[in-house]
Design a binder for this molecule. Structure first.
Ligand code: F6P
Length: 322
């Protein structure tokens, strides 16, 4: 393969730039021409493709976001537009693409693969919701960002003796809530994977109050089946203690990537380029038991993620009022 492309797609994630840098430099090092495709599949459809040089990716390793920009592309769900995208790649002579993104981006990649383009998926999303890999790029940075917020909120929550609900991102996956919650010492963690009704939440907060806890911290995943403001209202009524809701939103998606995100971005993107160079079929690159692995792209999307129930149970023990 002589010419390859690289794009970032879907929600941005810290570490995407590190992946772009590795893809560009490893490709050039192997003697290939590397093209940057702007704004994900949207930019592909509009032909926003430029040749990247070694220096095009200088000074970006430490930056959050993505220099290639990103987008969600409703057009890329339609067959005629996907055909158009494949034709545009053909016009540039691009035979393989490194797609950095989440499951929606990989699904777009599967469609391109059906049209003769080799696609290597690099997992970039703060949600950690791709079942085939232990880890997605951006998750570690986002967890640490949330942890910083929990630490700040803890101060004011305890001064005012309040209950505070912190609603974090993650779509249908509770990993961001679980990891930040257990590491931040949350009293209650609410995730889509585990049912927990309002009575149980109130009981647990009340048990904490009864044993002298001055305040309560609840970390709730956005995919949990409850409205955080409604929950705050009910908690106030049931516990007699003021409750507040904090929704950090996009703050969670920005910031300089951690060492872990930079390293995983670098090694998985390098692997993607190796596989393109070796003319392998389309794959999803991931991390399994600490090693970089590659699975068939379509099959990878079918792997169901396993929620870490043990960690969740442990958080319940540690958050108890006793
Ligand atoms: O997938 C990443 C993510 O940040 C999710 O956690 C969140 O639900 C979603 O993207 C928000 O998407 P948008 O940027 O389109 O508002």
């Amino acid at each position: 393969m002589k010419k390859i492309g690289v794009l970032t797609s879907g929600g941005d994630a810290p570490g995407m730039n590190a992946a772009v840098r590795a893809a560009v430099r490893c490709g050039i090092d192997k003697g290939m021409e590397v093209y940057g495709i702007k704004r994900g599949y949207e930019g592909l459809l509009d032909g926003e493709i430029t040749k990247m040089e070694w220096h095009s990716v200088g000074d970006i390793l430490q930056r959050g976001g993505t220099i290639l920009r990103t987008a969600r592309s409703p057009r890329f769900h339609e067959d005629n537009w996907i055909d158009h995208g494949a034709r545009i790649l053909g016009a540039f002579g691009i035979e393989g693409v490194v797609v950095i993104g989440g499951d929606g981006s990989f699904r777009g990649g599967v469609e391109l693969a059906k049209r003769g383009i080799t696609v290597m998926g690099v997992p970039g999303t703060i949600d950690n919701d791709l079942g085939y890999t232990d880890y997605t790029i951006g998750f570690d940075t986002a967890v640490n960002t949330i942890l910083g917020l929990i630490t700040n909120i803890r101060d004011t929550s305890s001064s005012h003796e309040r209950s505070t609900i912190i609603e974090v991102m993650g779509r249908h996956c509770g990993d961001l809530a679980l990891h930040s919650g257990i590491s931040g010492g949350a009293d209650v963690i609410l995730v889509p994977e585990v049912e927990c009704d309002i009575n149980e939440i109130c009981r647990r907060v009340l048990e904490g109050q009864a044993t002298g806890k001055g305040h309560s911290l609840i970390v709730m995943a956005e995919g949990f089946d409850m409205d955080s403001s409604e929950l705050a209202k009910t908690l106030e009524e049931m516990t007699g203690r003021e409750a507040r809701t904090v929704v950090p939103g996009y703050i969670q998606r920005g910031g300089s990537p951690t060492e872990k995100d930079r390293l995983i971005a670098t090694t998985t993107a390098a692997k993607a380029v190796d596989l393109l160079y070796d003319d392998e079929d389309s794959k999803a690159i991931g991390v399994f038991n600490g090693k970089v692995v590659a699975l068939d792209l379509q099959e990878a999307l079918e792997v169901k993620g396993e929620f870490n129930r043990d960690l969740y149970e442990l958080s319940n023990v540690l958050g108890k009022g006793r």
